[in-house]
Design a protein around this ligand. Sequence first.
Ligand SMILES: *Cc1c(COP(=O)(O)O)cnc(C)c1O
Length: 465
Amino acid sequence: MKYISTRGQAPALNFEDVLLAGLASDGGLYVPESLPHFSLEQIRSWRDLPYDQLAFHIIKPFVSDTFNDQELAAILKDTYAAFAHPAVAPLQQLDHNEYVLELFQGPTLAFKDFALQLLGRLLDAVLERRQERVVIMGATSGDTGSAAIEGCRRCKNIDIFILHPHQRVSEVQRRQMTTILGDNIFNIAVEGNFDDCQEMVKRSFADQSFLRGERRLVAVNSINWARIMAQIVYYFYASLNLGGPDRSLAFSVPTGNFGDIFAGYLAKQMGLPISQLVIATNKNDILHRTIATGHYQTLPLQKSLSPSMDIVVSSNFERLLFDMYQRDGQQVAELMQQMRAGKVELNPTALAKTKELFSSFALDDESTAQMIKEEYLRTGYLLDPHTAIGVAAARATRKHQDQPMVTLGTAHPVKFAEAVEAAGLQTPALPVHLADLLQRPESYQVLANDLPAIHQYMAERVFPS
Ligand SMILES: *Cc1c(COP(=O)(O)O)cnc(C)c1O
């Protein structure tokens, strides 16, 4: 399978090169040139497969020029054995025809493990074969950093540098990153905010000369296609466990950068009967406003109780726009150029198509806390603030009462104590494998919000060739 850029000017690449690339050279994002399509009969035949074997069938067409069947099956088996629950992505029923798909059974208790546990192993296999060593550089507001470090910690050929905003991530989130000790793991606490961290990472990818040409940077945020690909699988898994594909179902997806819900859109394009896809956002509601008005317009960042969805722009929305504009890279490049001034107006056709595909809903902090509390009192189930927004959005926008509605449970509530306390409830205990997290030794470096200083720190620590 070939991959092409959303802006139409970069060379087409195979999977291996897309895995190692960040942005395309024209500034766009890579997407498959065409998607595999599965018949209902094919999907039905996967009904009894365990998670990793289902993943094999869905991921294989995307990676087959890089991994043979045996390699892929082994990597997937190893990846999903790292999850605490034997079902990997278990369903929890909240009400009649209403479910949460628990995607937080991985090592760092958020859905990002599904993609980053796999990404680490895919990278390791490719780098070993190429005898190449790379540098991962990423910015995190909390969940991505720990999932990336957990996913890559055992990779001999990767040095990993994660920037987080100093004193602006929760203690549990910080410790999930800083207590993983290794010669190739570097946590940098930047004296700035998340946007500062992200901006420095972007600039580093654009000019990698500080690495003196010896290494290349690899991206772990959701601009990396491999992350989206891994996330397609659990839509199929949920469906197959709820009567699919002989029955349609709806998904509500807590959304920030549009990565997770874009994977749901792809599952639908690949043949899975999905009747509704709900974009659930907090008060950083650029996507909800876009669906409502057709104006994709930035507003200043607002800190919320669901920090993993605190975004200004949704970077993967570009991948959807590419499809909404008939895969015309030139048009997408023009839209993204307008976006530099902070605002894009979708044309009526693109807006109509987007509205047909997605429902949307935004929830403020007060109602999020209320939702956590009500659901706990009603069912005894404690939702994390992101999932709570998903459940509220599911109920507010639901079109088909006679079909299952599945909210993606994106994180374990123990990661977001502030929201649980705002709901007047007690934070649950840490799961067994993290029980001593607050006692483990930490390692991280506080650095100024200054790119040259960070580059110097990195250059001195990258494993010498
Ligand atoms: C990253 C994250 C999200 C948002 O996912 P996107 O793919 O960026 O839309 C939602 N909830 C949690 C807990 C997350 O960590």
